[in-house]
Design a protein around this ligand. Structure first.
Ligand SMILES: [Zn+2]
Length: 70
């Protein structure tokens, strides 16, 4: 798993493990420190397949069971 200071090899969304902060990082960019933990190692987990989801593709977990639109 990449950490702060590493060079990103794959454009995408990454989430840090300490704070759950999500960022979009370009290929070739350096993984940043966590703003809350600048002196610690920050691990960035790739969020595969979660890049710019469309409304129709949002996970059903975001829907309430009693959908008011239904
Ligand atoms: Zn943090």
């Amino acid at each position: 798993m990449p950490q702060n200071g590493d060079i990103n090899k794959t454009f995408g969304v990454y989430k840090n493990l300490c704070c759950g902060l999500e960022i979009v990082l370009n290929e070739g960019a350096r993984f940043p420190d966590c703003p809350n933990h600048p002196k610690l190692t920050t691990l960035w987990k790739p969020m595969a397949g979660e890049r710019f989801p469309r409304a129709s593709e949002l996970p059903s977990a975001k829907k309430k069971r009693n959908d008011p639109a239904a």
